[in-house]
Design a protein around this ligand. Structure first.
Ligand code: PMV
Length: 324
């Protein structure tokens, strides 16, 4: 049966400052994936979607406003097979609402599996565009980071246009693939604390408006370290990258988006031998990441579990691997 999967993503460095025009780096997490499996349906049954982990099952035509119904029907129409009787089972190991791109990964796995089922061969750019269009319809103005990292399964350099000071339409973001010199190991720990992205983003905005010079200084410092992190990634210089991640965490603490739970896990990872550690994503909860050596990763993962992390993942950052 056609089966396809797609990875989670994380922001490696540059979150928040990216909203103010500085660069950010996002990476795919190859070991943490969502998947979709397509089976033939009974004649006349239409397109069924099943999410057994959520206890959900529905007929796409009956719930047209569901984002996955809409994406599946759009994808099949685009591939020239609008009216098939299929049953698609979706699964995901990616914690939801944690900044790990679970929505984009499930959507990408769904499109890849449907393409495989009908013999279509969309390239990553086409899949990324379809997932972006779906996110845009249902979630307002996505940045484009998630669909790009997930569909290309490659580290990216991302620069959004400067925060709009006028009513002019925003410029398209700059998105470039980044090469990773040597495989690097990341350990991810989830605080289990869910926090809506918009809350810390709004708090940073209010603080920036109240004290522009200080916050522009923080954003400049983050922009500089993200540029250095790109070189360290490309050359595979893990110790330098680890140090830059620590510096980024200190600046995120200054921005006020860290939390005691995040700092506890970050501290535990450093004490267990991480080369560097920081929160990832919007903050006030969600996940932290630690850069480790391949051999120290299991020890650091165990330390995070003992410290109360609700999910712990070990994954390797590689050159682009587009895997079904
Ligand atoms: O929720 P995430 O992990 O995709 O990260 C949000 C990143 C921010 O820079 C805080 C906000 C943004 O829109 O870029």
């Amino acid at each position: 049966m056609p089966h396809a999967s797609a990875p989670a993503k994380l922001i490696l460095c540059g979150e928040h400052a990216v909203v103010y025009g500085r660069p950010a780096i996002a990476v795919p997490l190859s070991a943490v994936r969502a998947s979709a499996e397509v089976c033939p349906g009974t004649a006349g049954s239409g397109l069924h979607l099943l999410a057994p982990d959520l206890g959900a099952a529905w007929i796409a035509a009956d719930v047209p406003d569901n984002p996955l119904s809409e994406l599946a029907r759009t994808a099949l129409a685009r591939f020239g097979h609008a009216n098939l009787d299929l049953s698609v089972t979706l699964r995901s190991a990616i914690p939801i609402a944690s900044g790990m791109g679970s929505g984009a990964a499930i959507a990408t796995a769904l499109v890849r599996a449907l393409a495989a089922a009908v013999g279509a061969t969309p390239d990553p750019a086409e899949i990324s565009m379809m997932v972006y269009a779906s996110e845009q319809r249902f979630h307002g103005t996505p940045s484009g980071i998630d669909n790009t990292v997930v569909a290309f399964e490659q580290a990216i350099w991302f620069v959004r246009s400067r925060l709009a000071q006028t009513d002019a339409p925003p410029l398209a973001p700059l998105i470039e693939p980044i090469s990773v010199g040597t495989p690097l190991t990341l350990v991810i720990g989830d605080t289990g604390v869910r926090s809506a992205t918009r809350l810390p983003v709004a708090a940073v905005r209010a603080a920036w408006e109240a004290d522009l010079p200080t916050y522009e200084g923080y954003f400049d410092a983050i922009g500089t370290l993200v540029t250095q992190a790109r070189s360290a990634l490309t050359t595979g210089d893990a110790p330098t990258l680890g140090h830059l991640l620590d510096t980024n965490q200190a600046l995120l603490e200054q921005l006020g988006v860290s939390s005691p739970e995040l700092e506890r896990l970050i501290q535990v990872a450093r004490q267990a031998g991480a080369l560097g550690a920081k929160l990832s994503g919007a903050g006030w909860g969600g996940v932290m990441l630690a850069l480790t050596t391949p051999s120290s990763a299991p020890t650091i993962a165990a330390a995070l579990t003992n410290a109360g992390a609700t999910h712990v993942f070990i994954t390797e950052l590689n050159e682009s691997i587009i895997s079904p």
